[in-house]
Design a protein around this ligand. Structure first.
Ligand SMILES: [Zn+2]
Length: 316
């Protein structure tokens, strides 16, 4: 029986568009601090905007404090590892539960609707124990959390793919992703819907453009990249894992390309052209990175490496 390929996952890596050093991060932080001094209105809410214009604000979540720079310096991408097939209602249920547990974050439902639960000057709990080489620990207080409603890792069984609860996904809704980069667990992941991919991109670009001195696209991190256990080791979390259509390193390059290439501080080592178009033979040469991404999001085009295809066939 033919096995329809899962939605595209961008391989191989497009590493190298960023060569960010400790000095670059320090320069960004210094610039952001000056920006705060230069713009005292920032904390008042007059500038920058503290609410995403497209966001639904129908659920409020509790802040634990104000961001040190008045605005998040980046974002942590999560997936809810929960229900999503009932769209907005599933996300609202998840956020209501999160609210009762004291969490606070943005949410993106499977329909692509964005929910903002607190103003951008205030931070809330979403990432738990975390570690980053330059940004330090306890990243919830510096980076805004964005929860994409999606099941995460699912198991292959007769008739489809299932998480630990009674949702069922077909092969067009999942993708097999091997270990690499931020993905620490190989397996079938429920793919973020095209609407979610687009909403996430638009939100992240707006967060940056709304306050470019403070919110840095190189600080858009996966929860799986920063979540540590009690011994300080990575591997505590698998989100977003293979739910996102690219590994996080590639995604940062993609976002920077979308934002116009050279970062607002001009400290990027390489020009936007260094974000190479997808080189897989499955993609016509000359296809722009942006177009290729959109196509991958909406079609079943595969950029799978041999071992992935093999695994897919083995499981069919
Ligand atoms: Zn998470």
């Amino acid at each position: 029986m033919a096995f329809p390929p899962p939605p595209g996952f961008h391989e191989p890596h497009h590493a190298g568009c960023l060569n960010y050093t400790a000095e670059d991060f320090a320069a960004d932080i210094a610039a952001a601090e000056q920006s705060l001094t230069r713009s005292p209105r920032m904390r008042s809410g007059a500038s920058p905007d503290l609410w995403y214009p497209q966001a639904d604000r129908s659920i409020h979540m509790k802040a634990l404090g104000e961001y040190p720079m008045g605005y998040p310096q980046g974002a942590v991408i999560h997936s809810t590892e929960g229900r999503s097939l009932k769209g907005d209602q599933d996300l609202l249920n998840t956020m209501d539960e999160g609210r009762r547990k004291g969490y606070a974050y943005f949410g993106i439902s499977r329909t692509g609707k964005v929910f903002q639960s607190l103003p951008l000057s205030e931070w809330g709990a979403h990432a738990g124990a975390t570690r980053h080489s330059e940004l330090g620990e306890r990243l919830s207080s510096r980076l805004v959390g964005i929860e994409v409603a999606s099941a995460g890792v699912v198991r292959n069984f007769t008739g489809g793919y299932r998480p630990e609860w009674n949702e069922t996904f077909d092969s067009s809704q999942v993708r097999y992703v091997p270990i690499g980069g931020n993905v620490t667990e190989a397996g079938y992941y429920v793919a973020f819907s095209p609407e979610q991919e687009l909403a996430l991109r638009n939100l992240l670009l707006w967060l940056h453009q709304n306050n470019p001195d403070v919110f840095k696209l190189e600080n858009v991190l996966g929860h799986d990249e920063v979540a540590v256990d009690s011994q300080g080791r990575l591997g505590r979390k698998q989100d977003p894992g293979g739910g996102l259509s690219m590994r996080m390193e590639d995604y940062r390059c993609y976002l920077i390309g979308e934002a116009g290439g050279v970062g607002s501080t001009g400290t990027f080592r390489s020009a936007p052209a260094a974000v190479a178009p997808i080189s897989s033979p499955a993609v016509a040469s000359g296809l722009s990175w942006d177009l290729a991404f959109r196509l991958a999001s909406v079609s079943k085009m595969t950029y799978l490496e041999g071992d992935v295809i093999e695994k897919t066939l083995t499981n069919s």
